[in-house]
Design a protein around this ligand. Structure first.
Ligand code: CAA
Length: 257
């Protein structure tokens, strides 16, 4: 499908998604959210050879400056619920993708932008990136999963502070809080994201998918993560990757690690 606000490219089996509304600092309007939802629905069927995804924002200033505030004017309660639910459904597709998804955060990651970055499995920030959940300034709360995922990443103490003060934090502070995996010089965030995906691509894809599913189970109130781990560990013993990996280790073959 042709997208109007996403640029999609595949290089060396990595799919690059650029949110492309630079004049609105890549704010997530309805069209962009629908396109993201479309892209990540049936992703593995549509892109069977892709080993990882990198999401970034167009231009040098912003990753994503949030949901499109201009589309919020006049929303009623039902429309608000519908909008938030669609955001949840869309970002859950990203979080549950069974290949690694990295947010290469090149600038502002605010509101829905920070929430999209948090739905990715890892975050690589440019030293110029800025993070925050400033919805309280609009008389709102985060609506695309931020109240839950921010707590998961940085703990309740700092998450409450950031959401209630609307403070915008630097990449370095985001690193110290555990919100991002790496901070790199501006312009290097894609390169570092590629490096991460290439490292992961050398591992068995079935085990990688299982790590993502099992870790996500910790945060799913309908699942017992420990039980999932036991079941998923057992299932992996049937795979060729396991048989090959364990045999290579036992036979001290080069390349085990
Ligand atoms: N929605 C719509 N348009 C936005 C936008 C947003 N979230 N953020 C920026 N823009 C637009 C601006 O309106 C402006 O457009 P015009 O040129 O047509 O006026 C353009 O992008 C450039 O922005 P600024 O002139 O404001 O740039 P700046 O450098 O002075 O400030 C900024 C940058 C600090 C990021 C500022 O734009 C800002 O505060 N943006 C809003 C951030 C925000 O509140 N995000 C949360 C949104 S609510 C949300 O996301 C809810 C949720 O959880 C789902």
């Amino acid at each position: 499908m042709e997208y109007s606000n996403l640029i999609i490219e595949i290089q060396n089996n990595i799919l690059f998604v650029t949110i492309n509304r630079p004049t609105a600092l890549n704010a997530l309007n309805k069209v962009t959210m629908s396109e993201i939802n479309h892209l990540f629905s049936d992703f593995v069927t549509n892109y069977p050879n892709v080993t990882g995804v990198i999401i970034t924002g167009a231009g040098e200033k912003s990753f994503i400056a949030g949901a499109d505030i201009k589309e919020f004017i006049g929303l009623d309660a039902n429309q608000g619920i519908e909008l938030a639910q669609f955001g949840h459904d869309t970002f859950n597709l990203i979080e549950n993708l069974t290949i690694p998804v990295v947010a290469a955060v090149n600038g502002f990651a605010l509101g829905g932008g920070c929430e999209l970055a948090m739905a990715c499995h890892m975050r690589v920030a440019s030293e110029k990136a800025k993070f925050g959940q400033p919805e309280v300034n609009l008389g709102l709360i985060p609506g695309y999963g931020g109240t839950q995922r921010l707590v998961q990443y940085i703990g309740k103490t700092k998450a409450l502070e950031l959401m209630m003060t609307a403070e915008i934090i630097s990449a370095q502070v985001a690193l110290e809080l555990g919100l991002v995996n790496y901070v790199v010089p501006a312009g290097m965030e894609i390169e570092k994201s590629i490096e991460l995906i290439e490292t992961i691509s050398k591992k068995g894809p079935i085990a990688i998918a299982s790590i993502i599913k099992t870790v996500n189970a910790f945060f799913d109130k309908n699942k017992n993560g420990f039980l999932e781990e036991v079941t998923n560990f057992g299932a992996l013993t049937k795979t060729a990757d396991f048989i090959e990996g364990a045999t290579a280790f036992a036979e001290k073959k080069n390349g085990y690690f």
